[in-house]
Design a protein around this ligand. Sequence first.
Ligand code: PMV
Length: 326
Amino acid sequence: MTISTAQSHPNIAFIKYWGNRAAVLRLPVNGSISMNLDGLFTRTTVAFNSSANDSLVVNNRAETGKSLERVSSILDLVREMAKIKEKAEATSENNFPSGAGIASSAAAFAALALAASTAAGLNLSEAELSRLARRGSGSAARSIPTGFVEWQAGTSDADSFAFSIAPPEHWNLTDCVAVVNATHKKTGSTEGHAVAGTSPLQNARVADAPRRLELCRNALLNKDFEALAKIIELDSDMMHAVMLTSAPPLMYWQAATIGIFHAVREWRASGLPAAYTVDAGANVHVICLSEYAKTIQKRLSELPDVSEVLVAGVGGPARIVSASVT
Ligand code: PMV
């Protein structure tokens, strides 16, 4: 049996995925676009062995219940593809807070898909890895390819995967993540996706998605910061409008979150290229041109209730760190 370690970055969605049309397969209702976050990573080791059950250790803590089941379901898919029966030991660590809207599940399932498939002797293509990662957490599909990434919604398991639209060196963007609440969120995105369709705003958000995807793709390819700023703020606000109006309503924002929105808009109006976007949490991702990252990090850290500001450039793909035969 081989043991394999993979590392992957979380990603921040510029055009968000919110809602599935097939929950088990995690086929999204709309396509999405993101940027991988350099410097932040999950590193996961998988070893298939003779133990009686799968096991999972995250940041030195043994996990059971739902988290282990979710990991086992990905291991089952790998076992099926590799035609093996062995159980596996998965060990994972993050260098950033998990479950706080910093896409820890994206990095986790991308690293798991790569480590597990490699340890099982499979040599999956990027699209196959992206599809496998998607089954653990939709946004994980986007942490497999490099740089700026688009996940095409697709119509079935076979064509719902992500691909790179530009490498990291294409554009020097930085994500300054203002951490206002590093504790684990109450409602995870899996439950959130399940109620997205109850919002009367969701159909309009989904119907308009191709337009926003095109605006975002063009802004990225043309390196047009003002256009990018407008579309990512609109898309984030639209997703949170859906969250706020679903049944039950989900309010991920804290007072500090909204304070940061106002500050970022004022900074931009006075000539500082910065724009906000928020995933399923209270923390605010402030996207800026890299030369302004230091200024923005300092300004964010001076705002009320900001406990920490994480800074990440554009990250590369999920990759194997080591693989060996035991
Ligand atoms: O991959 P999930 O199920 O954790 O969903 C991610 C949802 C958002 O982070 C809110 C948006 C996105 O596209 O990443």
